[in-house]
Write a protein that binds this ligand. Structure first.
Ligand SMILES: [Ca+2]
Length: 195
């Protein structure tokens, strides 16, 4: 107790004797600092192309590693652990990615596996009133929706020999064909959510 009083007294004495320090009135100005956090828009790793999908933008990349449909997922995951075999949302994605495939060295007559599979209802069906070019297949990735990406080559999908459960896109024509997924193809179209 005595020590505290002594120190307070000493402190006061110091201030009183320091005549060079002007008396500053208590600062009544309130400074408000507003921190605005601007979230970076979703993007893709280098080598992937960003597409504006809803609700989440989508990254796509072609692999020119030969595989059949059973190995296609592993090929995509070899590019990125988050990747899957990708469908096409629209014509722009098709054109952009086939252009990219050519730039990567894909031959015009090569075929790339696409993330789509024949529906259960149309498994053994050729084109009928119910199994049409737009209803015979469904996208297998978690992002692709609608039917704009089903840009089939003339006469496709034909379910040749009743075994065409998979889909490829031809690099040169940029059109789809239903094929037997057990056959090895020249590459895979891969995709994943932008982050
Ligand atoms: Ca076919």
């Amino acid at each position: 107790m005595y020590l505290s009083i002594f120190l307070v007294g000493l402190s006061s004495a110091c201030i009183r004797t320091d005549n060079s320090v002007p008396i500053v009135p208590e600062d009544t100005t309130t400074t408000t600092t507003t921190t605005t956090t601007t979230e970076a828009p979703p993007s893709c790793p280098e080598g992937w192309t960003l597409f504006d999908r809803t609700p989440t933008p989508w990254c796509m990349r072609v692999s020119l590693q030969s595989t059949n449909i059973d190995g296609a997922l592993a090929v995509c995951q070899g590019l990125n652990s988050a990747a899957v075999v990708s469908g096409f949302q629209n014509q722009n994605e098709i054109t952009t990615m086939m252009t990219a495939a050519v730039a990567q060295g894909a031959a015009a007559n090569s075929n790339l596996l696409v993330g789509a599979k024949r529906t259960e209802a149309c498994q053994d069906s050729a084109i009928t009133a119910t199994c049409t070019a737009l209803t015979s297949f469904e996208w297998t990735d978690p992002s692709t929706t609608g039917t704009d990406g089903f840009q089939w080559a003339a006469g496709q999908p034909d379910n040749f020999q009743g075994t065409s459960g998979s889909v490829v896109i031809n690099v040169g024509t940029e059109l789809l064909d239903d094929v037997n997924g057990a056959d090895t193809k020249e590459g895979v179209v891969c995709g994943m959510n932008a982050t």
